[in-house]
Design a binder for this molecule. Structure first.
Ligand code: NAD
Ligand code: ZN
Ligand code: ZN
Length: 351
C-alpha cells in the first residue's frame, strides 16, 4: 500500500510500504476512506516530537471501512464504516475504566499514553491502518453523516469539548473567551453552545480566523494584536472578567492572557500543547479562586458528539475547507502549513 512516512525532521514521503496485518486478537484493519492533517503532524515534522522516529506512518485522524478483524473483536465487523479515534483505549485498565482513555495503561506504544497512532505506532495517513483495541477505539458511523464531517470527530471536536468546554465548566449564562481560533479553538467555540453561554468571544491575531469564528458560533471577536484588546474584552463582560477562558494556542503569552481576563471564581481551561515552561502568577491569582485545568483528549465524548453531529446540531462539516485525493497528500500538507495565506482550517483527503 501507499502511506505518508516520516523520515526525520523536515522529511516525509508518500511511498510504498507493507500492508498492515492483525498483530493481536483485538486489532482491526481499516481501509482509510478519509483522513486529515493535524497541527500536531506539523510539530512532528519540525522534529518537536522526538518519540516519532524515522519510518513511522503519520496521522491520527480518519474515517474508513473495516476490512479485517481479529478473533477477539466483538462489536465491530468487516464492512462497518467507522470513525478512528485519535486515542486508542484498551477499555479495561484503571484509567480506561474512569473514562481517561488518554492515559490507557495497555502496552501498545507506551503504557500510560493513549495517543499512539501516527506517534508510537503507524497511523492513518495511509491506504490501510491497523487499529488496536478496535471495540473501544472505533465508532460505527450512522448513514447520513458524510466522511468529511465525521473525520472532525477523530480529534478536534472531542478535544475542543472535553479539554476546553467540559473542563472549563461552561455553564448557562457564562461569558466564555476562547484564545486561538484554529481548528481546536473553533471546536471549543462550536461546542461551548452545549453549555448555554450568553457570549462566546473569539480572540486571535488573524482577522480571517476571527471572521471564520462567527460561523462556528462566536458572538464577538477581539484581535489580540490591538493594544487595548483586554479592555475591549472586559467591556464584553460586566467588567469583572470572563467566567471561562479557554487557551487554544499553546504558547506562554496566551496562557497568561487567560489568567488576565478570568473573573474571580472563574475557570482557565488550557487546551494548547506547550513546548516551553510557562510562568504562573500564583502570587496574584491565589486570592481569586481561579480553577486551572489541563488535559489530553480522551475522546470519551465522541459517541455523544456523534449523535449531535448526526442531528445537525454542531457545524462539523464547516471545518473542511480544502479537499484532496489521498495521493495528493504532500500538496495538502503544503496548503495546511500555509493556513494564514490559504485560509485552510482542515484539509480533507479522500481515497
Ligand atoms: N490537549 C489536547 O488534547 C490537544 C489535542 C489537539 C491539539 N491540541 C493543541 O491545541 C492547540 C490549538 O490547535 P490548532 O490545531 O487549532 O492550532 P493552530 O495553530 O491551527 O491555531 C492556533 C491559532 O492561534 C492563533 N494565535 C497564535 N498566537 C496568538 C496570540 N498571541 N493571540 C491570539 N491568537 C494567537 C493563530 O492565529 C491560530 O489561529 C495546539 O497547541 C495543539 O497542539 C491539544
Ligand atoms: Zn491532532
Ligand atoms: Zn486502557
Amino acid at each position: 500500500m501507499k502511506a505518508l512516512v516520516y523520515h526525520g525532521p523536515g522529511s516525509k514521503a508518500w511511498q510504498d510500504v507493507p500492508d498492515p496485518t492483525i498483530l493481536r486478537p483485538t486489532d482491526a484493519i481499516v481501509r482509510i476512506d478519509t483522513t486529515t492533517i493535524c497541527g500536531t503532524d506539523l510539530h512532528i515534522l519540525k522534529g518537536d516530537v522526538p518519540a516519532v522516529t524515522d519510518g513511522r506512518i503519520l496521522g491520527h485522524e480518519g474515517v474508513g471501512t473495516i476490512t479485517e478483524v481479529g478473533p477477539g473483536v466483538q462489536s465491530m465487523a468487516v464492512g462497518d464504516r467507522v470513525i478512528i479515534s485519535c486515542v486508542s483505549a484498551c477499555g479495561t485498565c484503571a484509567f480506561c475504566r474512569r473514562g481517561l482513555y488518554a492515559h490507557c495503561l495497555a502496552d501498545e506504544g507506551a503504557p500510560g499514553l493513549g495517543w499512539i497512532l501516527g506517534h508510537l505506532i503507524d497511523g492513518t495517513q495511509a491506504e490501510y491502518v491497523r487499529v488496536p483495541f478496535a471495540d473501544s477505539s472505533l465508532h460505527k458511523l450512522p448513514d447520513g453523516v458524510d466522511d468529511a464531517t465525521a473525520v472532525m470527530l477523530s480529534d478536534i471536536l472531542p478535544t475542543g469539548f472535553e479539554i476546553g468546554v467540559r473542563y472549563g465548566k461552561v455553564s448557562p449564562g457564562d461569558v466564555v473567551a476562547v484564545i486561538g481560533a484554529g481548528p481546536v479553538g473553533l471546536a471549543s467555540i462550536a461546542t461551548a453552545a452545549l453549555g448555554g453561554p450568553s457570549r462566546v468571544i473569539a480572540v486571535d491575531l488573524d482577522a480571517n480566523r476571527l471572521e471564520q469564528a462567527r460561523h462556528f458560533g462566536a458572538t464577538d471577536t477581539v484581535r489580540s494584536s490591538e493594544s487595548d484588546w483586554r479592555e475591549q474584552l472586559l467591556g464584553m463582560t460586566d467588567g469583572l472578567g470572563v467566567d471561562v477562558a479557554i487557551e487554544a494556542v499553546g504558547i506562554p503569552a496566551t496562557f497568561t492572557m487567560c489568567t488576565q481576563i478570568v473573573r474571580p471564581g472563574g475557570h482557565v481551561a488550557n487546551v494548547g500543547v506547550h513546548g516551553s515552561p510557562v510562568e504562573l502568577a500564583l502570587q496574584d491569582l491565589w486570592i481569586h479562586d481561579i480553577t486551572i485545568t489541563t488535559g489530553l483528549v480522551s475522546t470519551s465524548t465522541t459517541p455523544m458528539l456523534l449523535r449531535l453531529v448526526a442531528q445537525h446540531k454542531l457545524p462539523a462539516g464547516a471545518f473542511a475547507t480544502h479537499s484532496f485525493d489521498l495521493d495528493e497528500i504532500e500538496e495538502a500538507y503544503d496548503v495546511f502549513s500555509r493556513a494564514a495565506e490559504t485560509k485552510a482550517l482542515k484539509v480533507v483527503l479522500t481515497r
